[in-house]
Design a protein around this ligand. Structure first.
Ligand SMILES: Nc1ncnc2c1ncn2[C@@H]1O[C@H](COP(=O)(O)OP(=O)(O)OP(=O)(O)O)[C@@H](O)[C@H]1O
Length: 255
């Protein structure tokens, strides 16, 4: 088990209520630094809610949730976390560069910061391989390219933790593969911690570590290899189904 002080994110008894329902139920997990942790589970299991709790935008959070050594939501964490929601937050009537210029000015305002902002924008556009499209209107880009603009915005402040909510949804296999390669590059070259959600189980194989969720509960917090070995299965998808059956059997026997 990981040392508490080493974890980029550490949850103990994390519980979230939305409206009148408990949507996360007493989760305990740790996200290791500089690695890619996949948050996987079916639609509606609570992945977005967990991510919102980590970035500090979710109400009615109880239990302990520490992020980069501070309680989630702490003001000092804002500049240290990049968050990409499911809906790309991109202005269609601005070019890629103008979008990035705008967000850079919000993040790092002031005339004196202009040269630093310009460098940060050029770097973020290059990071996501959009340099040839820097002057294209965002509204004219493909779905995959628009997702990469959102990712570039999140990379602007060189965050230590990147939280990506289903970044590959709706993308074709080639674009999905390219994005995953980019995530690995960011983690390996910069030591950035990445927490990325997906409901596509084959993406689990691309993660260093996995949090498998179902109906607001955590089924597993492990590496893909350990999960497969423990459940005697060939794929993470089969391991997930095995754990679902196991949990159902346990519930049946305690009734
Ligand atoms: N604004 C809200 N008010 C009340 N309940 C909500 C609200 N938003 C989501 N929920 C409920 O919380 C639960 C978890 O939703 P969440 O969006 O976190 O799941 P998810 O795993 O991210 O799903 P998806 O993969 O479809 O995005 C769901 O049962 C959902 O119906």
């Amino acid at each position: 088990m990981m040392n508490y002080s080493e974890a980029a994110v550490r949850a103990r008894g994390l519980t979230v209520r939305r409206a009148d329902r408990t949507v996360l139920r007493g989760l305990d997990f740790a996200v290791p630094p500089g690695r890619i942790t996949g948050l996987l589970g079916p639609s509606g299991c609570g992945k977005s809610t967990l991510m919102r709790a980590v970035v500090g935008t979710q109400a009615k959070v109880t239990g302990t949730l520490d992020v980069l050594g501070r309680p989630a939501g702490h003001a000092a964490l804002r500049a240290r976390i990049g968050y990409v929601t499911q809906a790309p937050s991109v202005y269609d009537d601005l070019t890629v560069r103008q979008n990035l210029d705008y967000f850079a000015a919000v993040l790092d305002p002031g005339r004196a910061r202009r040269p630093a902002r310009r460098d940060a924008v050029v770097r973020a556009i290059a990071d996501v391989d959009l340099t040839p499209h820097a002057d294209a209107l965002a509204g004219r880009l493909s779905g995959g390219q628009r997702s990469r603009v959102s990712l570039a915005v999140a990379l602007l402040g060189a965050p230590e933790l990147l939280v990506l909510d289903e970044p590959t949804v709706g993308l074709d296999p080639v674009l999905r593969r390219d994005l995953w390669e980019l995530f690995h590059r960011i983690a390996a070259e910069r030591g950035t911690t990445i927490l990325v959600s997906s409901h596509v189980m084959d993406e689990a194989e691309r993660c260093h570590r996995l949090l498998l969720m179902r109906e607001g509960e955590l089924l597993a917090d492990d590496t893909p290899d350990a999960l497969r070995a423990r459940t005697h299965t060939e794929t993470v998808e089969a391991a997930f189904l095995h754990l679902v059956d196991e949990a159902a059997a346990l519930q049946g026997s305690t009734r």
